[in-house]
Design a binder for this molecule. Structure first.
Ligand SMILES: *[C@@H]1O[C@H](CO)[C@@H](O)[C@H](O)[C@H]1NC(C)=O
Ligand SMILES: *[C@@H]1O[C@H](CO)[C@@H](O)[C@H](O)[C@H]1NC(C)=O
Ligand SMILES: *[C@@H]1O[C@H](CO)[C@@H](O)[C@H](O)[C@H]1NC(C)=O
Ligand SMILES: *[C@@H]1O[C@H](CO)[C@@H](O)[C@H](O)[C@H]1NC(C)=O
Ligand SMILES: *[C@@H]1O[C@H](CO)[C@@H](O)[C@H](O)[C@H]1NC(C)=O
Length: 328
């Protein structure tokens, strides 16, 4: 077990920590959640073994660079003998944050996690450096259902999603990318995400409608049902509609809250996705109900806009009796 975790964390050196420094890792009373904060200049890395029996595991790197560890790790090694031990780890959710990590190390960790039953992976405030390993023939990484990235930068620029995707098995259902450094994907290299139902591109204020077109790689998200674009620099409902049409994305739910949407009367007409039944336009700058909304909706949220009166029924889409319609 010690050996596995050492490899998993790629923390192979046991730096001599002074006895006065606090233990970096803490396991909660139920042994469910384990959090390690390695911000100390000389942390006790072996404290991480405490997390071997936890379900939710979080590692914070204190903004340190892990580059020097790479020299000690053989990322091409045959890991077959570790498989059984990694399979026995109860980890379901893993968060890795606040570090500078070589891509080869990150993908080496994903490869090892391929033996685990990990379901959710979160990467936050990471600077992923260097080039990657040659792509594997088949996806060897974990069978995640949720991948969340926030403020992760990649030396490979626009190719990052295609490269990361090669290390994931194809069952991903939820993908969240916030504070992205690039969403201008190299779409021809991105493979189909056959099971992806929810794409959340919220908190990318620079994205805008133009950026949305390049982020929504055509025909790569055939199972998409929910698109979240909170605080994503969207300007007009019709502009978003045109971007969705250009990328031919089919959707059921669209969250456009917390943008600066305005209605412009001269905007060209546009067909919304035919199955769209929920539209959240709250926290925007709409002064009237935009014309050209989908003809039928189950949910329409217009609250926290600049509407000066309650909309008339003929201004609103048709909706079934149990619908949610909201305005203030
Ligand atoms: C880690 O510990 C440092 C020093 O105690 C603290 O400043 C920092 O906020 C902690 N980070 C996290 C993510 O808890
Ligand atoms: C480092 O952590 C391990 C595991 O929790 C512990 O056994 C060891 O005593 C710690 N070493 C120091 C120097 O604190
Ligand atoms: C983003 O991540 C980098 C490390 O890659 C960090 O230095 C920076 O402070 C983070 N920015 C925010 C807004 O958290
Ligand atoms: C997006 O990438 C394309 C090439 O794939 C490039 O021509 C274009 O300038 C890029 N756009 C932005 C905003 O960087
Ligand atoms: C719309 O979005 C806002 C803010 O993101 C949220 O508070 C609200 O619950 C959403 N409305 C519906 C009907 O889900």
């Amino acid at each position: 077990m010690e050996r596995v975790l050492g490899s998993l964390l790629l923390l192979l050196t046991l730096v001599h920590a002074s006895p006065t420094t606090p233990e970096p890792c803490e396991l909660d009373e139920d042994s469910v959640r384990c959090v390690c904060n390695f911000s100390d200049p000389q942390p006790n890395w072996s404290s991480a073994f405490l997390c071997a029996g936890a379900v939710d595991v979080e590692f914070y790197g204190g903004d340190r660079s892990l580059e020097h560890f790479l020299k000690r790790v053989d990322t091409e090694a045959d890991l077959g003998h570790l498989a059984d031990v990694v399979k026995s780890l109860p980890w379901q959710r893993l968060k890795v944050a606040d570090a500078r990590v070589p891509a080869a190390m990150l993908f080496g960790v994903l490869r090892m996690l391929g033996y685990s039953s990990l379901k959710e992976l979160t990467l936050e405030n990471l600077d992923v450096t260097g080039t990657t390993l040659p792509p594997p023939l088949e996806a060897l990484g974990p069978n995640l259902n949720t991948l969340s990235l926030s403020n992760v930068s990649w030396a490979t620029g626009d190719a990052w999603l295609a490269e990361l995707q090669q290390w994931l098995k194809p069952g991903l259902q939820v993908l969240r990318i916030a504070q992205a450094h690039s969403l201008n994907f190299s779409c021809e290299q991105v493979r189909v995400f056959p099971a992806l139902a929810t794409l959340d591109l919220s908190d990318n204020p620079e994205l805008g409608e133009r950026g949305l077109i390049s982020a929504l790689c055509p025909s790569k998200f055939p199972a998409l049902q929910v698109l979240a674009l909170r605080n994503a620099g969207m300007e007009t409902p019709s502009g978003v509609c045109s971007a969705l049409a250009a990328a031919s994305v089919q959707l059921e739910e669209l969250d456009l809250s917390h943008n600066s949407l305005r209605y412009t009367a001269d905007a060209p007409g546009c067909d919304w996705p035919s199955k769209l039944n929920s539209l959240n336009l709250s926290f925007n700058e709409l002064e009237q109900v935009p014309k050209g909304l989908p003809a039928k909706l189950r949910v329409l949220d217009l609250s926290y806009n600049k509407l000066d009166r309650k909309p008339r029924p003929d201004e609103l889409p048709e909706s079934p009796p149990q619908c949610v319609r909201s305005w203030l």
